[in-house]
Design a protein around this ligand. Structure first.
Ligand code: ATR
Length: 263
């Protein structure tokens, strides 16, 4: 039986095992997917034992960037993004992929954003998830602004991906068509928002990559102002479809994915 895992810290709230185990079962694949809660200081040690134990993995916060150095090869997209969220172990050779950029763009498209070119997007956050989303948006011709708590992190992304940057307080609703939260603020917590003073304008499309809770405080504020919202499970599902294909060569059928509980 093949084994897969999610590597993160914390991961105890992750429902990825439930999702992928159901997907494997439906596809008739003998495989098991488990949680691996790995502290940043234990990542090197964990990766030394990984090759023997696992056929693949999902990588989540805060390891998406740090994991790169433990892999043997990186896909061109993951290389450009500088972050990995999927690992494939093929004959003991570890290859890193990034399915987040695809996931984010698909989530927007599947939610009715047909033409991304020249749209103005503000991305909150400058971690591994933000890097992938910014890369995907830039590739699709979107005009991107990145805002982050730590200005130096936003500046680095601004230079690398050639986009405007600033701190969270710089958010300007008047110059924004799409707002995406790629920080961890609001995860497992209904009460906090990366933009506590957010005054949504109706025409802004607001997306959160957080899956728990489904409706974050940011999305709640947006919804009550009449904005269109995109919940985190849309991106989760699209990136998971790619991950499943990388590991198994198989598709998660739309019927299967609609039946499986999404994190
Ligand atoms: P991921 O790989 O999922 O993107 P990450 O690399 O740990 O995770 O990045 C987390 C992001 O959330 C960062 O942009 C971080 O901001 P800093 O660069 O200032 O650390 C942001 N973040 C985390 N906690 C935050 C908080 N309490 N307020 C504002 N931003 C926060």
């Amino acid at each position: 039986m093949k084994r897969y895992c999610i590597i993160g810290y914390p991961v105890r709230y992750s429902l990825s095992p439930k999702f992928y185990n159901a997907a494997f079962k439906k596809a008739g694949i003998r495989a098991r997917y488990v949680k691996e809660e790995v502290r940043p200081t234990d990542l090197a040690k964990f990766m030394r034992g990984f090759r023997k134990k696992y056929s693949g993995a999902s990588v989540t916060m805060p390891h998406k960037i740090a994991i790169v150095r433990y892999l043997d090869a990186i896909s061109p997209d993951a290389q450009k993004i500088g972050a990995v969220n999927v690992i494939l172990n093929k004959k003991r050779k570890l290859t890193g992929f990034n399915t987040d950029a695809f996931g984010a763009i698909q989530a927007l498209k599947r939610s009715g954003v047909k033409n991304l070119r020249r749209k103005r997007a503000t991305v909150l956050g400058a971690g591994g998830a933000a890097r992938a989303i910014i890369y995907g948006l830039k590739k699709a011709g979107v005009l991107v602004t990145v805002l982050n708590r730590t200005p130096a992190h936003a500046k680095k992304l601004g230079r690398e991906f050639k986009c405007r940057c600033g701190i969270l307080k710089d958010f300007d609703a008047a110059n924004c068509d799409i707002l995406i939260n790629a920080t961890s603020v609001g995860m497992g917590n209904f009460g906090v928002s990366p933009l506590p003073d957010f005054l949504p304008r109706k025409r802004i499309m607001v997306m959160d990559i957080i899956t728990r809770p489904r409706i974050t405080k940011l999305l709640r504020a947006a919804r009550s102002a009449g904005c269109r919202i995109i919940t985190g499970e849309k991106m989760f599902l699209a990136q998971a479809e790619r991950a499943f294909k990388i590991w198994t060569g198989r598709k998660i059928s739309p019927i299967i994915s609609s039946e499986i509980p999404i994190p």
